[in-house]
Write a protein that binds this ligand. Structure first.
Ligand code: DGL
Length: 289
């Protein structure tokens, strides 16, 4: 019975053309949750590179190498479309993948990120036209949000703050413990000190929604705290409407498969459930080329 079920999953995966969703670890699951909410019928493969996370403090070359290895792995599983549900990977690797790496692949494959869709709409959230962007060191140092928001909402002033300790806190399950309060307050105080006019804080890291309650608790009551999940999901819906050639390729058997690069899948399942708000049963992915 077990082998028959495993075999049917294998055959289903073989024929599926799923949407691939990638993150360095668990954070992308907050985006996947929103995407699945808006596009429930499609097939999905989620890959978390948990063995090599966090990416946030790593070099450009390393982030690009790891991300491209994971994207190639998702392509091998049959995904014609991969979403980098990770700001750090979107900031540091997406452009090289789109402009260079994909040229040596099947040219119909696509890789999309989370920064552009967010930058397209974030200007609509602010009345004061001042936004605070909270992200990893990699995302902040790349200047991607300054460039992209400047492009779509040139009248908006963008302030940035790197929060390098938030991802390790979250990945280690410490985000809802009292000890996390100190580090939440630390970075919030720093961004809010940059301008009294900031009325919107963008959580520009897919892990940060897990800290959203604490971030709200330590921010002035009239500040909006914006997570990206629903924004990215709405943008994907729009993308598939504008690209029927891709939409027709994607299969719709309603399957979800989760993969982790850590051999301890039970550990992944435990944390993934917190991010995804549903039970997760993952498998090990041997990604390294
Ligand atoms: N979830 C990734 C992001 O959105 C975080 C990264 C990490 O440091 O691995 O940036």
């Amino acid at each position: 019975m077990f082998f028959r079920n495993a075999f049917s999953i294998f055959v289903l995966m073989l024929n599926n053309k799923p949407i691939g969703i990638f993150d360095s670890g668990y954070g992308g699951l907050t985006v996947f949750r929103s995407i699945f909410g808006q596009l429930p019928g499609y097939d999905y493969i989620y890959l978390g590179d948990t063995a090599r996370a966090p990416y946030g403090n790593r070099s450009f070359q390393t982030i690009h190498q790891y991300t491209w290895e994971c994207v190639q792995w998702l392509f091998k599983q049959g995904c014609p479309l991969v979403i980098l549900a990770c700001n750090t990977a979107s900031a540091k690797a997406l452009r090289t993948i789109q402009q260079h790496d994909l040229k040596n692949e099947d040219t119909s494959k696509r890789v999309l990120g989370v920064i552009r869709p967010t930058a397209e709409v974030i200007g609509n959230y602010t009345a004061s036209k001042e936004i605070g962007v909270l992200g990893t060191k990699g995302t902040v140092n790349s200047g991607s949000y300054l460039i992209e928001i400047g492009h779509f909402a040139p009248d908006v002033q963008v302030y940035q703050q790197a929060c390098p300790l938030w991802v390790p806190l979250i990945e280690n399950g410490e985000h809802d413990k009292p000890g996390a309060d100190y580090f939440v307050k630390e970075y919030l105080d720093q961004i809010l000190a940059q301008s009294a006019g900031i009325d919107t804080l963008l959580l520009a890291c897919t892990h940060y929604p897990l800290l959203a309650e604490k971030i709200k608790a330590y921010s002035p009551a009239d500040i909006k705290v914006v997570a990206q999940g629903d924004i990215v999901a709405a943008s994907l819906v729009d993308y598939l409407q504008r690209h029927p050639e891709m939409d027709e390729k994607l299969t719709r058997n309603g399957t979800q498969h989760f993969f982790t690069t850590t051999d301890d899948t039970a550990d992944f399942d435990h944390y993934a459930e917190i991010f995804f708000s549903a039970k997760v049963k993952s498998s090990y992915a041997e990604v390294k080329c």
